[in-house]
Design a protein around this ligand. Structure first.
Ligand code: FMN
Length: 364
């Protein structure tokens, strides 16, 4: 796929290894490309003469009103993109009133990130660790530091095969860019012989060893539920039967995602998976989606096909790389402006007015 201007500019600022880690996908990158192509299968069928002078695209989610249906996706190791890492993204999110989903493998700790966000809406993304005590501790710390939902990523029982990282011999986790939450965690530190400050190498190795839980299954959700009163969402749902199981197991929301084409290659594009999943969910719990959202019109299409909100991934990291907090704000401002104008030109003044009749499926 052709690179965007933003991606090219970010590439000039980043080391080749860091750029490849962010921009590239798993396997042959078929899924990463499919995520974008899926948006081109649909066109918007605008309505006219509808007085679009006043528009309100707020949405209500878990009792909170959001100004727009856009979130920052959980992206870890952000110090590879900018020295201020997640703190810059968090400040940008807070200044723009956009919710930020903070990654388990953030460079900074969740408490430091919470501190710069004040009261602004944030969720915590959980990688369930093979060490149950660490999982429990992360969830409890997130609740104590003002995160208002837990997003469990379920498409990473193990890491996808990212060829460029293998070729570059590059691992930001081993480099210590994703340990912010681990080295500050009492349960994690209990697993170490020496404190992370005395023996960082051993701490990073331990993080690597315990980060994923390949045996994670639906029954584990009950245990995680017992750690918190917060809503729990699953990130990485692509199959309608899993959407049904999410309902059966009392999950509070789902995120349709293939991790931006970084996990299972040759799997379905997120947007292609959305309509069937929406059919199953029938509005009973919120559906969010990510993977491939680049333009305001992508947001329109995702909402029209049944999503309540979207998550933006790589584009804000390119903004971070090019200009720190200011760069992230520029990317988001541009996206939201484009979304607003696209909705107006489609004759839509509120989220409730989007229906799938706004879209036409192109002939293939
Ligand atoms: C550099 C990078 C790091 C990521 N780290 C995480 C992470 O820590 N946790 C997670 O659930 N998803 C992670 N993701 C996936 C994103 O949350 C999101 O699903 C994906 O970026 C969306 O696709 P897009 O980049 O095409 O918008 C990461 C993605 C990238 C590009």
């Amino acid at each position: 796929m052709a690179q965007s201007y933003l991606e090219i500019e970010a590439g000039k600022k980043l080391s080749k290894e860091a750029f490849d880690y962010i921009a590239r996908g798993s396997g042959e990158e078929v899924t990463m490309d499919a995520n974008r192509k899926a948006f081109d299968k649909w066109t918007i069928r605008p309505r006219v003469l509808r007085n679009v002078s006043k528009r309100d695209f707020s949405v209500s989610l878990f009792g909170k009103t959001l100004k727009t249906p856009v979130f920052l996706a959980p992206i870890g190791v952000q110090r590879i993109a900018h020295p201020e890492g997640e703190l810059a993204s968090a400040r940008a999110a807070a200044s723009m009133g956009i919710p930020y989903i903070v990654s388990s493998v953030s460079s900074n700790s969740m408490e430091e990130i919470a501190e710069v966000m004040g009261n602004h809406l944030r969720w915590f993304q959980l990688y369930c660790s093979i060490e149950e005590s660490v999982t429990e501790s992360f969830v409890k710390r997130a609740e104590a530091s003002g995160y208002s939902a837990i997003v469990i990523t379920v498409d990473t029982p193990m890491l996808g095969i990212r060829k460029m990282d293998l070729l570059n011999n590059y691992s930001p986790l081993s480099g210590g860019y994703g340990c912010g939450n681990y080295i500050t965690d009492p349960a994690f530190c209990n697993l170490l012989e020496k404190s992370p400050f005395e023996d960082k190498e051993a701490a990073l190795q331990k993080q690597y060893d315990i980060i994923d839980q390949p045996n994670l299954n639906w029954l584990d959700l009950k245990k995680i539920r017992s750690y918190t009163t917060l809503p729990i969402l699953l990130k990485g749902i692509l199959h309608p039967d899993d959407a049904q199981l999410a309902l059966d197991y009392g999950v509070d929301g789902i995120i349709v995602s293939n991790h931006g084409g970084r996990q299972l290659d040759q799997c379905i594009a997120s947007l292609d998976a959305l309509p069937e999943i929406s059919e199953v969910i029938q509005g009973r719990i919120p559906i969010l989606i990510d993977s491939g959202i680049r333009n305001g019109t992508d947001v329109v299409k995702a909402l029209a096909l049944g999503a309540d909100c979207v998550l933006v991934g790589r584009p804000y990291i390119y903004g971070l790389a090019t200009g720190g907090q200011d760069g992230v704000e520029k990317v988001l401002t541009h996206l939201l402006h484009e979304f607003d104008i696209s909705m107006a030109l489609a004759g839509i003044c509120s989220i409730d007015e989007i229906e799938d009749s706004a879209l036409v499926r192109n002939l293939e």
